[in-house]
Structure formats: structure tokens, C-alpha cells
Design a binder for this molecule. Structure first.
Ligand SMILES: *Cc1c(COP(=O)(O)O)cnc(C)c1O
Length: 395
């Protein structure tokens, strides 16, 4: 059996999205900036897609900027807001310790330019406390950026409350909603969001396309100079096939959300319950305020990487944290942020399920995982120490 359980890293492209993309490649191939019939056709289709994406998050079409994905949207929003702030003498930024690297490394770059960054704690359950956001806001705060849901441990943040606080204090609020878009209900107006990043490939759209929502009235500096595309703020001929694929995927995801969420949550909870039967494991992240498909555990005494390789041999694709860090042997910054000790943070496993997964696949993971953990522990000197220590304590 083959099981793809790494849907937080990326998803397969839906049939509907492939069809929409094919239309953009073969049929609507005009340049939306051209004045002739083929150009006008492309322009009309682009406009439609923008209106569709906007409506699905309750934004206005003019508030949606198509980008190359989540990383670009994050960079643009944060660097842009920092620049807007600096023009008014505001050089303080607020974020959390467990953001995606697209946010954290942008913050690091801004620190080098003289900005001061407050990194909020996310506590043991991986959730930011709105009152701590409020307490961190200063006269010179230019931006608060907090992710909607975490990509490693799945914890969902109190975005609406945080947005309300920022609005009351007159501070810009951006959220990296890459993991949430298409998976959780989002209403940029009701959720008090000023800017929001999303990425097509996390909800069954294509890779290399995403969007940034920017509330009307925010004069975000241009990202790319050139033509008049994206209201002249991000120049370059539009990736129409990608945009059409993403718009279709988002429509499917939002329309099917209730049904998908119910199915995926049930599979997630079954998998969590089964893994909790293995001794000395710990569930990372909040049990309830959690993305429907996220399962993240630490296994005492074993390395996440060896667990991954063994699962891979059984045809199961999982991840030991974020795909961006799993190439390194550094423990996950997300797990360190929620207080997991360094030794244990190495032994984490993320299985991210999705509605395209089946109950049989979950059962297959439940069958294969426990014996792998047992075998790896049998070979682990760290595990031997843990057992020795335990028998010493009970003696
Ligand atoms: C995947 C991801 C990103 C990066 O998106 P890309 O489209 O791959 O650039 C950013 N933030 C979060 C939370 C993500 O999960």
C-alpha cells in the first residue's frame, strides 16, 4: 500500500484544478494586457478568477493580489508593512516564535536593517494569548503578524480576537493563512484581518501560485516594478493557468469544507488515539484547536529521521516537522517554542491527512507504525537509558 500523509507539505492537484489549468494553457492563452480579442478573453477570465477567490474569503476583488505563493506573500506583506511603519518612525514588529521560516527569516532580515522584533511565546499547547499580543503592542509598533494555523503542530490561533486588538490599537495585522485557507472557514472582514497570505498548493491547487489579501486603503509598497499587472504593484504577465487552477481548487475546498473536515477530523482522531496507545509518546499541539488533518507526536528514544525512513520503506510518506527544515538535523523551532526538550524534539513525526486519504490508509498506518517504533527503540541506546532510569526509579 502507498499512503501520502504529508498534505501539510503539499497536496495533489485536484481534477477540477487540472482542467481549469489546461484551459488556461491551451485555450485562454492570450496576454491579459493585450487589447485584441485573445487578450480581452484572458483579461475577462482573470477578472472572474480574482472575483471568485475574493468572494471565497469575503474580500473585494481589488483586495486580492496574485503572487507566486505563500513565501512571496509573507515577504511582501511584512517587508511592505515595515517600510510603511518606518516612514512614520515605527520600527517595532511583533510575531511569534513558531512562524513559518518565510516569516521568521523575513523578520531576521528586518532586524539586520534596524527593526526591533518581539517574538511572542506560544505556550505548551502552541497557542498565542491575545492579551500577550495586546501587552506587546507599543506606540512604535508597525505590524503584528501571527499565523492562522501552525504547519507543524496544527494549532489554530485566536485570529479574530488578535485582529480586533490590533484594529483597536491602530496596528496593521497580517496573518500567514497558508495552512488554514481551504481547510478552515475564513472571513477576512469578520476576522479583522488587514493582510493575509495563501498558497494554492496547500489546498489541491498548483505549486508556484498564491495570493495576498490586502485590505483596501493600505498602500503596500510595490513588490515588482514593471507593467500594470496587479494594480501596478506586482508587475509581470500573470500566471493565468496557475491562477485558474488555484481559483478552482479554492472553490472546491471551500464548498466541500464541511464534509471534508468531518471526514478528516474523524481519521485524525482515530490515528491520534491509536498512536497514544504506544508507550512514551506525546501529542504536540492543542487537542481541540487543531487543523483537521494534523497529527504530530514525539516518540521518546528515537530520531524523527529514522522513523521517517522506516515508514517510507512501508510506503508511508510523512514528515518530521516542516519540509523546509527536515533536511537539517536541527530540532524543530516549533517544538522548541512549545517547550519540548531538545533531545525529544528530534523524535517528532508529523502525519498530515486530507480528504483524499481513506480510512483504509489510516488503518495501514496504525498497523505499521507501532512495530517500527518498537524496533527502532530496541536499537536505540537513548531508549535503553530511559528504560534503565525508569527501573532504577521504581526499584
Ligand atoms: C507552505 C507554507 C508556506 C510557504 O508557501 P509556499 O507557497 O510554498 O511558498 C508559508 N507558510 C506556511 C504556514 C506554510 O505552510
Amino acid at each position: 500500500m502507498f499512503v501520502y500523509a504529508d498534505n501539510a507539505a503539499t497536496t495533489s492537484v485536484s481534477e477540477g484544478a487540472v482542467k481549469a489549468m489546461t484551459r488556461g494553457l491551451k485555450e485562454v492563452y492570450g496576454n491579459p494586457s493585450s487589447l485584441h480579442a485573445k487578450g480581452r478573453e484572458a483579461e475577462a477570465v482573470l477578472k472572474e478568477a480574482r472575483a471568485e477567490v475574493a468572494a471565497l474569503v469575503n474580500a473585494e476583488p481589488s483586495e486580492i493580489y496574485f503572487t507566486s505563493g505563500g513565501s512571496e506573500s509573507d515577504n511582501w506583506a511584512i517587508k511592505g508593512a515595515a517600510k510603511l511603519g518606518a516612514a512614520k518612525g515605527k520600527r517595532h514588529l511583533i510575531t511569534t516564535r513558531f512562524e513559518h521560516h518565510a516569516v521568521l527569516h523575513t523578520m531576521r532580515a528586518l532586524e539586520k536593517e534596524g527593526f526591533e522584533v518581539t517574538y511572542l511565546d506560544v505556550h505548551e499547547n502552541g497557542i498565542v494569548k491575545p492579551e500577550e499580543v495586546e501587552a506587546a503592542i507599543r506606540e512604535d509598533t508597525a505590524l503584528v503578524t501571527i499565523m492562522f494555523a501552525n504547519n507543524e503542530i496544527g494549532s489554530i490561533q485566536p485570529i479574530r480576537e488578535i485582529g480586533k486588538i490590533c484594529r483597536e490599537k491602530g496596528v496593521l495585522f497580517h496573518t500567514d493563512a497558508v495552512q488554514a485557507t481551504g481547510h478552515l472557514p475564513i472571513d477576512v472582514k469578520a476576522d479583522n484581518i488587514d493582510m493575509m497570505s495563501a498558497s494554492g498548493h496547500k489546498f489541491h491547487g498548483p505549486k508556484g501560485v498564491g495570493f495576498l489579501y490586502v485590505k483596501r486603503g493600505i498602500r503596500l509598497p510595490n513588490l515588482i516594478e514593471g507593467g500594470a499587472q496587479e494594480s501596478s504593484r506586482r508587475a509581470g504577465t500573470e500566471n493565468l493557468p496557475g491562477i485558474l487552477g488555484m481559483a478552482e481548487a479554492l472553490k472546491e475546498a471551500v464548498e466541500g469544507m464541511e464534509e471534508h473536515s468531518k471526514k478528516v477530523t474523524a481519521m485524525r482522531d482515530k490515528l491520534i488515539a491509536a498512536i497514544e496507545k504506544i508507550p512514551k509518546v506525546r501529542l504536540n499541539g492543542d487537542r481541540e484547536k487543531r487543523l483537521p488533518g494534523n497529527v504530530n507526536f514525539c516518540f521518546d528514544g528515537i530520531e524523527g529521521e529514522s522513523l521517517l525512513l522506516s515508514l517510507d520503506l512501508e510506503g508511508i510518506c510523512a514528515s518530521s516537522g516542516s519540509a523546509c527544515t527536515s533536511g537539517s538535523l536541527e530540532p524543530s523551532h516549533v517544538l522548541l517554542a512549545i517547550g519540548v526538550p531538545k533531545e525529544v524534539a528530534h523524535g517528532s513525526l508529523r502525519l498530515s491527512l486530507d480528504y483524499v486519504n481513506s480510512e483504509e490508509e489510516v488503518d495501514y498506518i496504525i498497523e505499521k507504525l507501532p512495530p517500527i517504533v518498537e524496533r527502532l527503540r530496541d536499537m536505540s541506546p537513548v531508549w535503553e537509558e530511559i528504560i534503565k532510569e525508569e527501573s532504577r526509579l521504581s526499584a
